[in-house]
Structures are given as structure tokens and as C-alpha cells.
Design a protein around this ligand. Sequence first.
Ligand code: ATP
Ligand code: MN
Length: 484
Amino acid sequence: MRRKIMGMNYLRLAEVFAQPKKNKTVSVRGWVRTFRANRFIALNDGSTQQNLQCVVDFENTEQALLKKINSGAAVQITGKLVESMGSGQSVEVLVEQLNVVGEADPELYPIQPKKHSFEFLREKAHLRVRTATFSAVMRIRSVLSFAIHQFFQEKGFCYVHTPIITGSDAEGAGEMFRVSTLDAKNPPLDDEGAVDYKQDFFGKETHLTVSGQLEGETYAQGLGNIYTFGPTFRAENSNTSRHLAEFWMIEPEMAFYELEDNMNLAEAFIKYILEYILGKCEKDLEFLDQRLANEEKTKPQNERSPMGLIEKIKFVVENDFKRVSYTEAIDVLRNCKPNKKKRFEYLIDEWGADLQSEHERYLVEKHFNAPVILYDYPAKIKAFYMRLNEDEKTVRAMDILFPGIGEIVGGSQREERLEVLEKKIETLGIDPEELWWYLDLRRFGSTPHSGFGLGFERLVLFATGMNNIRDVIPFPRTPQNASF
Ligand code: ATP
Ligand code: MN
């Protein structure tokens, strides 16, 4: 892939390293990561983790030009590609021509060649992708997205774009962002003094979607197997390292699938995409593996993770996920040490308790030592659309729990029986009018069917070994923060 600009063929660094044209003249361009000893430029153009060392002949280069070669500057370089004497690189460029395209004032450019904290870099989110860590994370994010489409497309699933603005709030009551064009200072009021949304843009209250599932189900009941992959919005005020207000979710939905088919698909899906990056993102993963190893060294011995990043990914790819019912999990948790010694923040004493992240992580990291698929949850703690089991107490839900993360997938077999669903909606006080179209699916050609939602950023967290979800999306949206 070559671009001809101003009479020159520029190579991307990934191409330079893939097939080094030794002793040939090459032209490259990118940004200066560092400039050492007035001689060595570490150049990066974003196409690969590796920097290209470009050696400047400083004796024959004007002082004024040397002064412009600073971290962050954009440069074009032409020179001979030769075998490198230095360690850590196979080839380097002996600079013959150097053009500073865009300067970066070293007094002002915030990304200096030293270790910056991730907190600091979040405030410079527009520049952080020029660091080794963030560019690696974002390349992996891109390859993962592609692998997701490839997995489903190979299996004949249809990619469906469900709406982002939704008029149904059955699922996310209280957790939704309102979409409105009404004058916030002076909204029209109805006879009872409440805001009159009939006069709003859509003639009713509308919100940003919290999930494409309900609409996804309608398409599965015609196309068979579908998936969505789009933005999702939740106004939950959870300021954790696992929650964003805007995140991306993959939601497949399959007609005629029962819970076990659903689990099989979810497990095969996760393994496929992780295996895909092991093959395609080797350099980036090695870099992040090393980064994580260095970080682990700063922790006390007993808090260190026993596995490195690549090792963890391989472990997930190569081993069966443990399938455990909620009831079995509660038994484990009730009798475990941190529960008995009251070290959990939320103690587990009864069947029916909702699981918190600390419990999920105990099961995965301490007890089973593997990803866990928990299924058959109490109906009371799960959504209205999940299929009721014969015991009438549990529903065919399944969550996948991952080490270091907790819940990464939430899914279920859906309730396909009209009467059972209607009864459920009634007991929960949901207005059936709101869901008339969803209930229609159970009136006309209803099938047992299933689906799940995988939070894309939680997957990227796992795949990159990063700790905070704010660092795996370009511009994170969280409570009190929508900068950039
Ligand atoms: P949690 O209990 O962690 O808040 P949830 O039960 O609300 O998750 P679901 O409604 O089942 O999650 O959503 C499906 C998936 O979407 C989750 O398994 C998770 O991977 C992801 N997810 C949910 N909420 C968020 C969020 N605020 N930010 C990022 N990802 C999320
Ligand atoms: Mn949640």
C-alpha cells in the first residue's frame, strides 16, 4: 500500500519492517517519539508498535533544523535503509533528507519522553494515542471489531442496525439519557403541570438506547440469526473502572436457540476473537504484556497476577469455561472464607442475593480459576424478558464472568410464551401498551430464542491488560466528564 505524494513513495512503518528493503532508499513519515544525542530519531507513524530509528548526520545538518526535531513533531524522512548496529531493531534509516512538516514546541507539548500516568493522559485524550500504550490498545480495539464482524459473517448472521433513539423505556427505567428539543428553561406544561412531551420533537418522551435487544429480537424472528454492534448509553451513576456512560455492545439474537446453544455460541465467539488477535496483534500484545508485567512488579507479591497478559488470553482460548448454576455459586460463596470472615462488602447469606463484582471475581479468580458461565438466576434479580424455568423461581439467564473484570456478557433465553410474558409484565407494573410490538412477536410465529450482550470495552480491557475502562475507548464519557 503506497501513497504517492509530492513525487515520493512513502512507506508505512509496518511495511518497512515486514519486508525491509535493505540498502534501498526509502521515504517515511510520522511523528518523532524521541530525539537522542542530536542523532537518533525514534519515528512512529501509528501503523505498528515498533519505532523506526532514523540516524541524522548532525555534523552536516543545520543547527536550526536540528532544533525543530522534538518529541511530537511531524516529519518526512528519506534515506537509505540499512541493517542496524543498535540493539532492539533490525533496520534503521540513514537520513539524507529531513523535512519538519509540523513542529511541536517542547515547552508546550505535553507528551514528553517519560512515564506519564494514565490519569494525566486522560486529560490529554486528544494526544494520548501518540503514546506506545494507547496506540497499541487502539489498534487491538480495531482488530477486535473486525474479528467480531468476521465471526458472525462467517456464520451467516445478519448485521442489524437497531435505533439509537428509542421511544420505549421498558428496559432501562431511570438509567436513560433523555433526547429532547424542548426549551430546558421553559418547557411546555400539560394540564397537570408536568412537562408536555407531546410537544417535543417526536411527540413523546424519547431516550438514547440502553440496549438493542428488544429490536434485535424482532429481526431475529425473520432473519433467523442477527447481531448488532453499536453504541449504548447508560446514565447509571456508577463511577467504577468497569462502567462508561457511552459504550459499545455486541448483541446477537438467535431464533430457535435455547440457553445451551446460547452459551455455546458466546463461548465460541469470545475464543474466536481472542485467538484472532493472538495471530494478528503479536507485537502490540507483547508490548502490553511487558507493560503489565512491569506494573505487576510494583505490587506486593500476594496481589500479583499469576499469569501474564498473553498467557491469560491463551488460557481463555484453550480452556472450557466453567458452567455453574446460580444455586451452586451461592453455595460456594456462602461457605467461602471472605464471606465467613466478613471480608466481602456485601455478605452472602441467602439464595436470591444479587451478585456483586467482588463475588463474581471471587468465583472466577479464586474458586474456579477460569472464566465462568453462571446460569439459572433467580427471576427476581433479572429482567422481565428472560424465560421462566419449570421451578417458577429461576430464569434461563446466563452471565459470563471474566478474571479481573467480572461480568463481560449478560444473556438469556427469552420468554417466548405470550401468557407467561404478559403475566410477568403485569406483576412488574410495566404498561403492555409500551411493548405491543414486542408482544406481537409472541403472537405470530413465536419461537424459543436467545441472545446475549457483550460489552465491547470490557473485552478490550481483558485483551489489553489495561485496568480502567476509560483507557480503552478514545474519548470516555463518565459522570461529570464529556470533554473532547
Ligand atoms: P453490570 O452489572 O456490570 O453493570 P449489567 O448487568 O448492567 O452489567 P447488561 O445489562 O447485562 O449489564 O449488559 C450487557 C453487557 O454490557 C455487560 O455484560 C457488560 O459487559 C456491558 N456493560 C453493561 N453496562 C456497562 C457500562 N456502563 N459500561 C461498559 N460496559 C457495560
Ligand atoms: Mn449495570
